[in-house]
Each structure stands twice: as structure tokens, then as C-alpha cells.
Design a protein around this ligand. Structure first.
Ligand code: T46
Length: 142
């Protein structure tokens, strides 16, 4: 399966504008415990550069655009998030980076757990060690 997994939401549009509704555990198949948004973007400043040990997240770009780079340690894929009706899944143990965020970019992130700094792997070396460690363990049990 590819690293880029998307969730498409229905847009209720009429002459007044557009509306998108998020219903947790309904059209959003995630047990959401926390949401946060990222805004006031300083142009050229990338963000992310970490993986989560357990946390699963879904990212929406409400306005503007943001290029996500995702890696599982073996392959790397990228996706330009620029439509408010499209959510990008950020699974556990996926190294993710946000680049080229437009100045008007607003990211809305849904997360299935509370903020816990211990869940972050902020060193790429440590991430690669853990991923390769898991790989070695998986091969040795075959
Ligand atoms: C992620 C990507 C997509 C909190 O106190 N509570 C929170 O819920 C969050 C998310 C962050 N913080 C604090 C921790 C840092 O002192 O806010 C500060 C900035 O966080 P960070 O440098 O991790 O921000 P990003 O944009 O690099 O990463 C964020 C999320 O932290 C992360 O979970 O997956 O967005």
C-alpha cells in the first residue's frame, strides 16, 4: 500500500459558499481526542520532521497549500495538500515533513490521542534505527 492515503469529504456548496462537516467516527473514521491548527506561516519555514510512535492523525489544509513528505524509512512519497475537502492520513511510525507552506496556509489536524511529547521521534537517525530494528525482528521470525 502507498504512503499517501487520502480521505475525501463531501462539500455542501450553494450560492452562499461551501461547507464541509466532520463527524468523528462517522465520515471521519478516527477516534478523535484532539484537534489543533497551524497558521501564521512564516514562508520558507518547514515543519514536522518527526514520526509518532502510536499517534494516528488526519491533516486538512483549510486554506492555501502545503507539501507533505511522508516516509516509512523504506520509501518516500509526497503530496500537495491544497483542497479543504481532502484529508491526508499520517499514520503512526511515518516520518513526516511539511514544506512549501503558503503564507495563507491553515492546517487542521485531527489526532486520536492527547499531546504527549514522549510519543514523538524527532531524530531521523532514531526513526531509521527503530524501523530497521523492526524489519530485522520481522525477518528473523520468518
Ligand atoms: C504533527 C505535525 C503534523 C502542544 O503543546 N500541543 C499540541 O497538541 C501540539 C501539536 C504541539 N504542542 C507544542 C509542542 C511544541 O512546543 O507546540 C509546539 C510546536 O509543535 P511542533 O514543533 O511539534 O509542531 P510541528 O508543526 O512541527 O508538528 C505538528 C505536531 O506537533 C505533530 O504532532 O504530526 O504538526
Amino acid at each position: 500500500m502507498g504512503l499517501v492515503r487520502l480521505l475525501s469529504l463531501k462539500q455542501h456548496g450553494d450560492t452562499r459558499g461551501s461547507l464541509v462537516s466532520l463527524e468523528f467516527n462517522k465520515n471521519i473514521p478516527l477516534d478523535v481526542k484532539r484537534t489543533y491548527f497551524i497558521y501564521n506561516i512564516k514562508p520558507g519555514e518547514p515543519r514536522g520532521f518527526h514520526a509518532h510512535k502510536k499517534l494516528k492523525q488526519l491533516a486538512f489544509c483549510i486554506t492555501g497549500s502545503c507539501r507533505f513528505i511522508l516516509s516509512d524509512g523504506l520509501s518516500t512519497e509526497e503530496y500537495l495538500l491544497d483542497t479543504p475537502t481532502i484529508g491526508l492520513w499520517i499514520d503512526q511510525m511515518i516520518w513526516h515533513e511539511m514544506h512549501d507552506m503558503s503564507e495563507n496556509c491553515v492546517l487542521l489536524i485531527l489526532a486520536d490521542d492527547y499531546y504527549e511529547e514522549n510519543d514523538y521521534i524527532r531524530s531521523k537517525d532514531e526513526f531509521m534505527r527503530r524501523v530497521n530494528g523492526d524489519e530485522l525482528q520481522n525477518t528473523s521470525t520468518i
